[in-house]
Write a protein that binds this ligand. Structure first.
Ligand code: HEC
Ligand code: HEC
Length: 199
């Protein structure tokens, strides 16, 4: 692509507002929030996630390695340049979570053992308290429902976009209770956590 092409093509922000070729039905802000904070339920926060991770997800949805009807279509209406631009746009936003008070199911006590399970099974890739690392995306302050959904999708290979099936193997070790507890635990970690600022 040359500079002239770029001047006439939609910016990442415009795609987020308009949905690109697909039109308003695929406007990212409808489900992922005006500031990329997600909807606190099934649509994750995108604000502040690594650009490379976001762009890879768009490619994976488009080809079905990650199966989801709406996201498949949202991704397919964008060309590869647009996927890069919208990924860069969301990566550049300050990490922003759906307001904590409305995260679901927090009344359920989180088992005392959960942080220890996280530290032994997940932290090496997803970082201290889920802030992310070069080996895995941030998980902190994602909706509990969303996190549970992803782990269950891996257990049945509905999501199979992880290199070397690393998440398939991890997910299949987890009992249903552990999936729920880990999801509740991670949903409660604030994006304002000091470690969240480390790139
Ligand atoms: C109608 C609602 C809706 C619209 C519109 C929508 N999304 Fe999504 N998005 C979702 C849902 C629901 C998920 C979770 C799907 C799953 O479980 O895999 C998701 C997941 C994602 C993910 C995966 C994030 C992660 O942490 O792995 C990315 C990236 C994403 N969407 C980007 C976009 C972009 C960019 C647009 C606009 C072009 C968009 N979405 C439009 C509902 C929507
Ligand atoms: C060896 C590294 C590794 C370990 C250990 C690991 N993960 Fe992951 N995880 C990844 C990678 C890599 C991805 C991104 C895969 C992709 O490209 O979609 C991921 C993605 C995820 C996602 C999806 C995030 C999103 O935004 O959609 C969840 C949820 C998750 N992991 C939970 C866990 C939990 C819970 C544990 C511990 C029980 C764990 N992971 C252990 C590497 C790991």
């Amino acid at each position: 692509m040359n500079i002239t092409d770029d001047r006439f093509s939609a910016s990442g922000e415009l795609i987020a507002m308009s949905g690109g070729e697909g039109g308003a039905r695929y406007a990212c802000v409808t489900c992922h929030g005006a500031r990329g904070e997600g909807n606190g339920f099934d649509a994750p926060r995108l604000a502040g996630l690594p650009a490379g991770y976001l762009q890879k997800q768009m490619e994976d949805y488009a080809v079905g390695l990650r199966a989801h009807e709406v996201m498949r279509d949202a991704a397919r209406f964008l060309d590869s340049h647009e996927r890069v631009r919208v990924a860069n746009f969301y990566a550049s936003l300050p990490p922003q979570a759906f307001p904590f008070e409305t995260q679901p199911a927090t009344e359920e006590a989180i088992a005392a053992a959960t942080p220890a399970l996280y530290a032994s099974a997940c932290e090496q890739c997803h970082g201290v308290e889920g802030v992310g690392s070069v080996n895995g995306p941030p998980l902190n302050a994602q909706p509990a429902f969303y996190l549970t959904q992803q782990l269950q999708d891996w257990q049945v290979s509905k999501r199979r976009n992880d290199g070397n099936h690393v998440m398939l193997k991890v997910a299949q070790q987890l009992k249903p209770d552990e999936v729920r507890q880990l999801s509740l635990y991670l949903a409660r970690v604030s994006v304002a956590h000091p470690l969240a600022q480390i790139p």
